[in-house]
Design a protein around this ligand. Structure first.
Ligand SMILES: [Fe+2]
Ligand SMILES: [Fe+2]
Length: 191
């Protein structure tokens, strides 16, 4: 896999910092395992997992310079909220900096935070492994890991519900894709 060359891995660590890089390694390994279990291409899972946070620039000023230098355009709601911006920016960073041109992989990077209505299997795997990789430590993570191993759709619904509640409790902005994804999973899990 050319995009997982030593140079690119070094570049990724420089861009996002050691903490986020170690998290990305955790997502890469966990995503590979889920891909094998669920019949997804494990190489795509590894690439998407490793680079999913490549838009999470350690230096936020650099992120906005990158956007300007590459004439990238994002909706205002993303530009005002870095948590919503970084996955969309990440898909562009993955393409421009890391030469990843597979739209299936790029979409899973683009939707790893909010997910979306009717996501691909890779979208689902990157979304949930981002939450449960071994480095994650939050209340309920073990329950989420167990659930994800048994039924990825139920785990995603649980996680989306949790995220939505937390965002509302903190008075934070809620992206429309998260709401659409939550309603989509509510439908398929109930059936
Ligand atoms: Fe992220
Ligand atoms: Fe992440």
């Amino acid at each position: 896999m050319d995009c997982i060359s030593r140079d690119k891995i070094k570049k990724l660590e420089e861009l996002i910092g050691e903490y986020r890089f170690n998290h990305s390694l955790g997502v890469m390994e966990t995503a590979e395992r889920f891909c094998k279990a669920l019949g997804e291409n494990p190489d795509k899972g590894k690439i998407a997992g490793l680079f999913h946070d490549c838009g999470k620039f350690l230096d936020k000023k650099m992120a906005f310079e990158f956007i300007k230098d590459n004439n990238l355009v994002y909706p205002e709601e993303y530009l005002e909220n870095f948590q919503l911006l970084h996955p969309h920016l990440g898909a562009d960073v993955a393409r421009i900096v890391f030469d990843i041109n597979d739209d299936y992989i790029l979409d899973s990077i683009r939707y790893h935070t909010t997910l979306r209505e009717n996501p691909s299997l890779l979208d689902k795997i990157i979304f949930i492994t981002d939450a449960i990789e071994p480095g994650r430590d939050f209340e309920g993570v073990e329950k989420l890991r167990d659930l994800a191993n048994k039924n990825i759709d139920e785990a995603i619904l649980f996680s989306l519900d949790d995220t939505i509640k937390a965002l509302i409790n903190k008075g934070k902005y809620l992206g429309i894709d998260t709401i659409k994804a939550r309603n989509y999973f509510l439908n398929i899990v109930e059936k």
